[in-house]
Design a protein around this ligand. Structure first.
Ligand code: GDD
Ligand code: MN
Length: 392
């Protein structure tokens, strides 16, 4: 389920809303609520809220937290049952929060709570974003393995390559411990993926002044990290998504509104069509001994049917799943076929024009013709074959 959402403007003001995302933190939740409340009761009496966002933990963390709300009146618990994910949980919490300042801290005490006051002070002194960092003075990690240090730094390097403008603004873009002024992200479409909520804030927020405070990432006392390879994959996907939806590329993309993801799937399907085309040409021409033209035409048709099948299932699956009546499927196949055949004609015309009129090298001309026809096939089929129609 897409979790893109806007951070609303305020109704009942409070100064700080601190989100604690939890999944199976039954062994930590009481301790962290007690410690955070005692720090904030002193620093911000009656002017903060602690929001536990739990994704229906099997160890019933949400239930343990819920049982504490009478004793800690500034605490409230959100139990999400249909969604899972650290950064979407934080966004969900911010969406429901009342604070002028929005913060996030892990629920396993690996982020030392006392650093909160440094972050708060920095925001109150005018920073839009205050980040607890492992890579500045007084920062560090306790005993991380070489592998984890390498992965964490490697992820940061990758971020600097794909999204330099945002990632280079802080020393620890992987940090899950920070505070941001609501006004810096209010009205912005937040659409994070996986674990790295900070890069979403850096990528989409109006962040001018940034402050950092060093902290040492502690060892877990209870429970275990939920980080898996899935998070690393999501991180790369998140970076690419931010790359194409923010900054200059984002503005160009918004203006063109070209569905990159779908186009990449269309091209991948095209490659399977190429394999089917070549494979069946070999079977028909070399094995069965049919004539070359007949074999080539049949092979091309088999490739078109193959491409239709995978495009209907995958590339445009989100559209076609609502139009599964046989009549509609056959209509789409017919349209797809005609458009691809017109594409073939267009390719021959383009190839000849590039080769004969522009005197381009035959293979370069063919390559350019294939690119042009692929975009033609994709765009026309998107607009005609897989058009979203009103359900009758
Ligand atoms: N609601 C919710 N849903 N919470 C989650 C989920 C989820 O799917 N997955 C993890 N959490 C909670 C955990 O319960 C914990 O409170 C916090 O998010 C961090 O999860 P960990 O699994 O402990 O992450 P980590 O310690 O390996 O990494 C943390 O520190 C890194 C360094 O700052 C995370 O904050 C990373 O984002 C950060 O880079
Ligand atoms: Mn942790």
């Amino acid at each position: 389920m897409d979790s893109a959402s806007h951070i609303s403007r305020l109704s009942v003001p409070t100064h700080l809303s601190l989100i604690v995302p939890t999944y199976n933190e039954g062994g930590n939740i009481e301790k962290i609520i007690r410690i955070l409340s005692s720090i904030l009761d002193e620093a911000l009496p009656n002017d903060y809220e602690l929001i536990i966002v739990d994704d229906d933990s099997p160890d019933r963390t949400w239930e343990i937290a819920q049982a504490l709300v009478t004793e800690y009146p500034h605490v409230w618990v959100m139990r999400r049952q249909a969604e899972r994910g650290l950064s979407t949980a934080v966004i969900r919490g911010w969406q429901a929060a009342q604070g002028e300042v929005l913060g996030v801290i892990d629920g396993d005490l690996q982020h030392p709570p006392e650093v909160l006051l440094k972050l708060l002070a920095a925001i109150d002194q005018g920073a839009d974003l205050a980040v607890a960092s492992r890579h500045v003075e007084e920062g560090g990690v306790s005993d991380w393995s070489i592998v984890r240090r390498f992965l964490s730094r490697g992820a940061q390097m990758l971020g600097l390559v794909i999204l330099p403008r945002a990632i280079s603004r802080v020393s620890d873009p992987m940090s899950g411990y920070f505070m941001v002024r609501r006004s810096a992200i209010a009205g912005k479409l937040m659409n994070p993926l996986g674990y790295k909520i900070l890069i979403e804030v850096l990528g989409r927020g109006d962040i001018e002044r940034i402050a950092e405070a060093g902290y040492v990432f502690q060892e877990r006392e209870e429970g275990e990290s939920k980080v898996t390879w899935k998070q690393y994959k999501e991180y790369i996907h998140h970076l690419v998504r931010l790359r194409f939806s923010t900054g200059r590329l984002g503005r160009i993309r918004q203006r063109i509104d070209f569905p990159i993801g779908r186009f990449i799937r269309f091209i991948l399907v095209g490659f399977t069509g190429l394999a089917v085309d070549m494979g069946s040409l070999y079977l028909l021409y070399d094995v069965l001994g049919l004539g070359l033209t007949r074999s080539a035409v049949l092979a091309a048709e088999l490739a078109i049917i193959n491409n239709f099948f995978w495009n209907d299932l995958w590339t445009f699956g989100d559209i076609s799943k609502h139009q599964q009546q046989r009549r509609k499927v056959l209509k789409r196949l017919a349209k797809f076929n005609i458009i691809c055949l017109m594409g073939l004609i267009l390719k021959v015309l383009l190839l000849n024009a590039l080769f004969n009129s522009l005197h381009l090298n035959a293979y370069l001309a063919n390559f350019l013709a294939i690119i042009a026809v692929t975009i033609w096939n994709f765009w026309i089929n998107l607009k005609l074959s897989w058009r979203v129609t009103e359900t009758k």
